[in-house]
Write a protein that binds this ligand. Structure first.
Ligand code: C5P
Length: 207
């Protein structure tokens, strides 16, 4: 397939978007962009003392490779810079160009179906309860040997949810065309299978 075909996968922190997105991209042979990394890279720069809007304008794709972008401190900094309209505007062109590349693309984030690519052929909103998401995040941290406190992880999830859903520009919400995938009581394999089935249905609808 050489035509653009965009899969928009939105949802709150730790809902399983990343895993579902990577699996969908691998299954269909599409390119994948974790758009949270763009905001994390800007957040990381701000923690180093750079102005957020300047950092967003100067962002280089190589910056997305930095493993330190995965820390909890950078996640909180990311959700703070993400409320700034000029930061969001600076990052939109890169995301749109990625989305419409030939051969298909999966983008995961918070506003892909609502703002970045509303024409995305397939749209999913992957969610789960705050407790389930915090439990998954906590288990992941434990497995990495980090000393995490569950109540603190839950509090972090809630703070980020509030910032993401209550902001004025591009708040987190499902687009009208999104298929809602609530993974609270689903295994990751079942969630991936459901997502692939949705995307396949949209693809065959176009053929
Ligand atoms: O998905 P991830 O947890 O890496 O995102 C970090 C933060 O970046 C989110 O809490 C959100 O504030 C912001 N973000 C956003 N729009 C996106 C992707 C991420 O505002 N498309």
């Amino acid at each position: 397939m050489t035509e653009p075909f965009t899969v928009a996968i939105d949802g709150p922190a730790a809902a399983g978007k990343g895993t579902v997105s990577r699996a969908v991209a691998a299954h269909f042979g599409f390119a994948h962009l974790d758009t949270g990394l763009l905001y994390r890279a800007v957040g990381a720069q701000v923690l180093q003392g750079t102005n957020a809007i300047d950092a967003a304008h100067a962002l280089m794709p190589e910056a997305l490779e930095d493993p330190s972008l995965r820390t909890a401190a950078v996640a909180q900094a990311a959700s703070k810079v993400a409320v700034i309209p000029q930061v969001r505007a600076a990052l939109v062109d890169f995301q749109r160009a990625f989305a419409r590349r030939a051969g298909g693309a999966v983008l995961d984030g918070r506003d892909i179906g609502t703002v970045v690519v509303p024409q995305a052929e397939a749209q999913l909103f992957v969610t789960a309860s705050a407790e389930v998401r915090a439990k998954r995040r906590w288990t992941e941290l434990k497995e990495r040997g980090e000393d995490a406190d569950f109540e603190q992880v839950l509090e972090d999830v809630r703070i980020r949810d509030a910032r993401d859903t209550e902001r004025a520009t591009a708040p987190l919400r499902p687009s009208e065309r999104a298929y809602i995938l609530d993974t609270s009581h689903m295994s990751i394999d079942a969630a991936v299978a459901a997502a692939i089935a949705q995307v396949e249905a949209k693809r065959s609808g176009l053929r």
